[in-house]
Design a protein around this ligand. Structure first.
Ligand code: IPT
Length: 458
């Protein structure tokens, strides 16, 4: 029989969300045209005028990068609405773009639909334009806009409740808004912060630099999300005995700013930085939400496209071949036939290795057959069964007798959906995973070793 779950476990939305691994973020709006990031809400709608907006170009970039979900800013804190909402005049309908007949949210959701990409929406809770902000009237206004977006644009896969400037918004407000999310879009993931903590499917992880903690537990106490500023470390690392399952979503921009500024065309993050971000987010049991800010034309700039293509080529190239597949595997506490060690290297979604119920530790030796050179490790746990393993290390050997630790993979704690480690290349015929501590018997979905395929164009 299968191992029993331990501690908090993910809901169906969270399981699906984890499997996306990467989400694209599109900050686009009035700030794009005023060369700002935090407009004060007074800019004239006349300024909004993309010359060549093409959301199919955006989704084309994502398709070639293998990114299958995306979140568009529909309204940032300056209050300007990218869709012709019925509930304010501060929107595209009073702009010169398409003579006021344009709708960025429509073009985005249509493009996502035809590209097979899941579409999400950032509807900024904070609003500097609307003088009702923080009052019950604003609660009604926000609720109206939320249902407009959730009713009229097809499936909305994630809603993003930025905590920035949102302290006046009470849990009562969010309770009402969350209720319409659950009613109108039952499968919609909620990025929750501060007073929306109780509705959060995923959490902020405490910085905007792309670095989730080590360890990074999917579990946390909701009070840490609520009182964010006192609990940045808990957001970054999660809490091993946290009572809620709210994994980290890592929001970071490919450029210094969230919105497009031409002077940052030469400051797109380097491939080396993006590679580190990938390992510190996707490789730290988190989902990466990478921002590509469309420019004044309404397109993703070529510098960003090039980086995105190179990053995805590195990801695909590196993880194409698991050098441990085909290994002969011996373990101390195998659970039996349905949970056999080779399940860790079979590349199948449904199978995993597990130890017997009373074995919280194990030593798992992979005999690679011949000497292999590798510089990346991947571990995956069975997230449906909760965080189980809480201590692990990896070592290698030429002869299966004398073992050398990999310092970067020594004394590790969490695994979760995916844990990646990179290090200087080692050559070995044997690798072993030592599970040194656990809350319950181990359930390991994947063990992989890989050789990085680097591109060096910057
Ligand atoms: C920060 C918010 O406080 C947090 O709740 C979350 O929304 C986060 O932004 C997203 O990046 S504020 C930011 C200026 C650090």
């Amino acid at each position: 029989t299968a191992p029993s779950p331990v501690g908090p476990v993910p809901n169906a939305r969270q399981i699906e969300w984890y499997h996306r691994e990467m989400i694209a973020f599109f900050h686009f709006g009035m700030n794009t045209f005023t060369n700002d990031n935090e407009g004060d809400g007074t800019a004239s709608p006349q300024l909004f005028n993309p010359t060549a907006l093409d959301c199919n170009q955006w989704t084309g970039v994502l398709k070639s990068a293998g990114i299958t979900s995306a979140i568009l800013v529909a309204k940032h804190a300056d209050g300007f609405c990218n869709w012709p909402t019925a509930h304010t005049n501060y929107s595209v309908k009073n702009s010169p773009w398409k003579d006021g007949k344009g709708d960025v949210v429509r073009e985005f959701t249509d493009a996502c639909k035809s590209a097979g990409i899941k579409a999400g929406i950032y509807l900024g809770p904070h609003d500097r334009h609307d003088s009702r902000y923080g009052t019950d009237d604003y609660n009604n206004y926000y609720a109206d806009q939320l249902s407009e977006l959730l009713r009229n644009y097809g499936p909305i896969w994630e809603i993003w409740w930025d905590g920035a400037g949102a302290d006046k918004l009470t849990t009562a407000y969010y309770t009402r808004w969350a209720d319409s999310v659950r009613r109108l879009q039952p499968n919609c993931v909620v990025f929750g912060t501060k007073n929306s903590n109780a509705f959060a499917d995923c959490r902020w992880m405490g910085n905007e630099s792309g670095i989730s903690g080590d360890p990074c537990w999917s579990t946390i106490n909701l009070s840490s999300i609520k009182n964010e500023s006192d609990n940045i470390s808990a957001l970054n690392h999660g809490e091993i005995n946290g009572t809620a399952y709210v994994p980290a979503e890592v929001d970071v921009s490919i450029r210094p700013s969230w919105f497009y500024h031409s002077e940052e065309d030469t400051r797109v993050k380097s491939l080396a930085t993006l590679w580190d971000i990938y390992f510190n987010s996707v490789g730290h049991n988190s989902v990466l939400l990478l921002n590509y800010p469309p420019n004044k034309e309404g397109l993703i700039s070529s510098a960003d496209v090039k980086k995105s293509d190179s990053l995805s080529a590195m990801i695909r190239g590196t993880f194409k071949t698991n050098l441990a597949s085909g290994a002969t595997i011996k373990t101390l506490h195998p659970r039996g036939e349905n949970y056999k060690p080779s399940n860790m290297v079979d590349n199948l979604e449904q199978t995993y290795y597990a130890t017997t119920d009373n074995a919280k530790t194990d030593t798992i030796v992979f005999n690679l057959g011949t000497a292999k050179t590798f510089d990346v490790l991947m571990l995956q746990e069975v997230i449906e069964l909760g965080h189980r393993t809480t201590g692990w290390s990896v070592e290698y050997s030429k002869n299966g007798k004398n073992w050398t630790p990999i310092p970067e993979a020594t004394g590790k704690q969490s695994i979760g959906y995916k844990w990646l480690v990179k290090f200087k290349p080692v050559t070995a015929s044997y690798v072993r995973l030592r599970i040194t501590e656990g809350k319950a018997c181990a359930a390991i979905h994947t063990f992989g070793i890989y050789k990085q395929r680097m591109l060096e164009h910057d």
